[in-house]
Design a binder for this molecule. Structure first.
Ligand code: SAH
Length: 345
């Protein structure tokens, strides 16, 4: 059996074989084809849309890679409850059944403030999923958000290697806390997503293998990976982009290791390659996250340079994605798109 067939059958490979697989393009064709077969066997040709609402770019953290880190000069904004609900209304009219509230770690959004927003969305859109992507909070806060109606949470671990983590983040942040947050979220009952940047500064193949191993221990429902893209004004502004090719290869590896995962073809992938998201879908991804933020704020949520989809209205964004998804041979699903979990035999 080839490496790829074995990865498909066993959903795992020893470190040395993963290393070989990740460091050559020799297997790419077989990898992408096999990953697409596995994706289709679980999710068919369905692509799930998640409307992304970037509701604040204030952040108390100072992650070295991020364009909206505390120390970076950036014009700051936060959306009001009204504005957030307007985004949801627009998204619902476009057929979106998931709203993703993403932002920096903004102390303005206390538990009370955020619970109020979540509860309002929940009462208006009982048939929709509410996903949070707001960074690290206490277990108690996560519980309150869940009780208010949030049911999914995205929190990329960023890198599972302690050393590498400390190269990407200031010393006040810790990998162990981030991991603990993920396990807390899972325990509370959220569908949980994690992930990492491909080609972040100083990342090695060994680091990526640690990322895969960490994800095996977490069993995430969603896995988001995208290439690192430098952000102006940050300590990493002069580092090179992550590789599109390696990102696609990893999407396929992840699909084979986690057949049931919801995996987005990310905006970062679309930023580095004009057909990045289509290629992501063909490599095993099954989610796309169109931007639902008000157009006047989109350019300000500049976590990296040259982010796409900042100039168009939400409806245009949807039309464009529909064309892209269909041109790649897939179809937009109108279901809420919960994770399909394997029934234990
Ligand atoms: N504050 C939230 C949301 C962060 S933004 C949180 O901490 O989870 C979402 C993701 O964008 C991050 O998890 C990170 O992986 C990614 N990101 C940040 N800066 C980036 C960059 N320069 N290039 C590519 N991806 C980046």
């Amino acid at each position: 059996m080839s490496f790829v067939e074995r990865l498909r059958a066993e959903r795992d490979l020893p470190d040395e074989e993963l290393k070989t697989l990740l460091e050559t393009d020799r297997f790419d064709e077989e990898l992408h084809k096999t990953a697409d077969e596995v994706r289709q066997s679980v999710y068919g040709k369905a692509v799930y849309l998640r409307g992304l609402i970037e509701f604040t770019n204030y952040c108390k953290n100072d992650c070295y890679y991020c364009g909206i880190r505390k120390s970076n000069k950036a014009e700051r904004y936060r959306l009001t409850k009204r504005q957030i609900l307007d985004c949801c209304a627009q998204g619902y009219a476009l057929g979106y059944k998931t709203f993703v509230l993403q932002g920096g770690e903004d102390p303005f959004f206390t538990d009370d403030v955020l619970c109020d927003v979540i509860a309002a969305i929940r009462s208006l859109y009982s048939d929709c999923a509410i996903t949070l992507s707001i960074g690290e909070r206490s277990e108690e806060s996560y519980r309150l958000f869940f009780e208010s109606g949030a049911n999914r949470f995205l929190l990329r671990h960023e890198t599972a290697d302690e050393n590498h983590y400390s190269v990407l983040h200031p010393a006040v942040m810790s990998l162990s806390n981030r991991k603990q947050c993920l396990f807390n979220l899972k325990e509370i009952g959220y569908q949980v997503g994690t992930g990492f940047m491909v080609g972040s500064p100083y990342q090695t193949t060994r680091n990526i293998i640690s990322d895969l191993r960490f994800m095996q221990s977490l069993s995430p429902d969603m896995i988001g990976i995208g290439p690192f893209i430098p952000a102006k004004g940050t300590p990493f502004e002069s580092f090179p982009n992550g590789s599109v090719e390696l990102t696609l290869r990893l999407i396929s590896v992840l699909r084979l290791m986690f057949p049931h995962a919801l995996i987005p073809a990310t905006t970062a992938l679309g930023t580095l390659h004009p057909q990045g998201r289509e290629l992501g879908l063909k490599a095993g991804a099954n989610v796309v996250m169109p931007n639902l933020s008000p157009v006047e704020y989109r350019g300000k949520y500049s976590i990296y340079n040259n982010k796409i989809c900042t100039g168009e209205e939400s409806a245009q964004c949807k039309d464009c994605l529909k064309r892209r998804i269909e041109s790649a041979g897939y179809e937009i699903s109108d279901s809420v798109g919960n994770v399909k979990r394997e029934t234990v035999k």
